[in-house]
Design a protein around this ligand. Structure first.
Ligand code: SF4
Length: 359
C-alpha cells in the first residue's frame, strides 16, 4: 500500500495545555521507550514510507525519545524525509534553539503549531526564535500550522510572521470542536457529499505511543477513548510487525472504504442510512474528519460501514478504485487452513466499474 508519510507520536505528554487541544481532559500518560521508537521507525522506513513525522503530545518534552526516532530515520538507507511537529515552547533563546536543533541532524522539516490557542500559552517570540534557528541550521522546510475556529484568526496569525513570508509555508485548518472549546461562530457543513472531498489524511497513518497503528491522525483520540473496534485501528506493534499489520489492512474493507471514498463516502453513508440520517438531523460538521469521527463513533454509523464492507459488489468497486487510483492489486484471499498451495500467479485485476450511489 502507498503512504506519503507516517506520524510517530513519541509521547502523549504536553504541559503547554492549549484549550483547543483534542487531548484536553485525557490522562495522557502513555509513552514508549526510546528503543521501541527506534524499532518502529525502522520498520516504517523498511516499508518504503518516504517521510517520518514526529508528533505528540509535545515531542520536545521527551527529547531522548525524539532523538532516538530521528536518529533511526536519519540512519536508514531509505533516506526518508524527517519532520517534527512542535509548539516551540522550547524556543526560549537563540542559543537554546541552536543547541537543541544541533542534536537532531537529518531533520528536514519543522511543523510549527501557531494559532490563537497556542499563543495564549507560548510567547510568539519563541516561535520566531525557532524559525530563525531552523533557517540558521539550514533545515529545508518550515511550515506554520494555523488552526482556526473563525476566519479572522488566520489573518491575525499570518501577520505575526510576515517577514518570513518567503521562507515559510502556511497550512490552515479548522478546529475540531471539543467539549472544552466554545466559539461564538462555528462554521459548519451539513453532511451532504458535495461538501466533502473523496480524499483525506489516510496517506499518513499514525503510530501511537502504546504501539497502536492507526489509519490517520484521528488515532490520537486513543488517549481517551477506545478505538480498537473502529475502522481506524490497524493493529498494535507490540503484537505484530509493521508489515504484518499492513497485510491485514490490505484485506480490511472498512479501512479500504475510507481510503477510496474519504469523507465524501462517509457523507454518502449518512445519506443512505435512515438511522444515521435521523441521528445527524440538523447537525453540521467543521470538516470531513469531524463528520467521519462522529459517524464511526455512532453504533448506527459503524453498522452501516460493516454492512457496506461485507457487500461483495462494494468490495469489487473498492478493489477497482484501488487499482485505478493507487495501482494496487486486489488482495489475494487468505488460503483456508489445510488448503493446498495455489499454483497460479497473481490474480487478474478487476475492471473498473461505475460507482453505484448509495454508499
Ligand atoms: S476523514 Fe476520517 S479517515 Fe479521513 S483523515 Fe479524517 S478521520 Fe481519518
Amino acid at each position: 500500500m502507498h503512504f506519503n508519510s507516517i506520524l510517530v507520536s513519541v509521547t502523549e505528554i504536553c504541559t503547554v495545555g492549549c484549550r483547543h487541544c483534542g487531548f484536553t481532559g485525557s490522562t495522557r500518560d502513555r509513552q514508549p521507550t526510546a528503543d521501541e521508537i527506534g524499532r518502529w521507525v525502522a520498520q516504517a522506513c523498511d516499508s518504503g514510507i518516504p517521510e517520518i513525522i514526529f508528533t505528540g503530545g509535545e515531542p520536545f518534552q521527551r527529547f531522548r525519545m525524539l532523538r532516538s526516532g530521528v536518529g533511526a530515520a536519519a540512519g536508514h538507507p531509505g533516506r526518508p524525509r524527517i519532520s517534527v511537529f512542535t509548539s516551540s515552547f522550547w524556543g526560549r533563546s537563540a542559543a537554546t534553539v541552536d543547541k537543541i536543533l544541533g542534536q537532531l541532524p537529518g531533520l528536514t522539516r519543522l511543523f510549527l503549531s501557531t494559532d490563537v490557542y497556542h499563543q495564549e500559552r507560548v510567547p510568539t517570540q519563541h516561535v520566531v526564535n525557532v524559525i530563525e534557528g531552523a533557517i540558521a541550521r539550514e533545515i529545508p522546510e518550515i511550515s506554520l500550522c494555523i488552526t482556526i475556529a473563525e476566519d479572522h484568526e488566520e489573518e491575525r496569525i499570518r501577520g505575526l510572521y510576515r517577514r518570513f513570508e518567503d521562507r515559510v509555508r502556511v497550512h490552515v485548518d479548522r478546529v475540531i470542536p471539543t467539549p472544552f472549546i466554545k466559539t461564538a461562530h462555528q462554521v459548519g457543513l451539513p453532511p451532504d457529499p458535495e461538501h466533502f472531498s473523496a480524499s483525506c489524511y489516510l496517506e499518513t497513518p499514525l503510530i501511537n505511543p502504546n504501539g497502536d497503528l492507526s489509519a490517520c491522525h484521528i488515532g490520537k483520540a486513543g488517549a481517551y477513548v477506545t478505538l480498537s473496534d473502529l475502522a481506524y485501528f490497524m493493529g498494535n506493534l507490540h503484537e505484530k510487525s509493521f508489515q504484518e499489520i499492513l497485510a491485514d489492512a490490505d484485506r480490511n474493507y472498512e479501512y479500504q472504504f475510507l481510503r477510496v471514498y474519504g469523507p465524501q463516502g462517509v457523507a454518502r453513508m449518512v445519506a443512505s442510512s435512515p438511522a444515521v440520517r435521523g441521528l445527524f438531523k440538523g447537525a453540521t460538521f467543521t470538516n470531513g474528519c469531524d463528520l467521519c469521527y462522529k459517524m464511526l463513533r455512532s453504533l448506527d454509523g459503524r453498522a452501516r460501514l460493516r454492512e457496506i464492507a461485507a457487500d461483495p459488489f462494494q468490495r469489487e468497486l473498492i478493489d477497482a478504485i484501488r487499482l485505478v487510483r493507487f495501482g494496487e492489486r486486489p488482495p489475494e484471499p487468505r488460503p483456508a487452513p489445510g488448503a493446498p498451495p495455489q499454483l497460479s500467479g497473481a490474480p487478474q485485476p478487476v475492471a473498473p466499474q461505475p460507482v453505484r450511489s448509495g454508499t
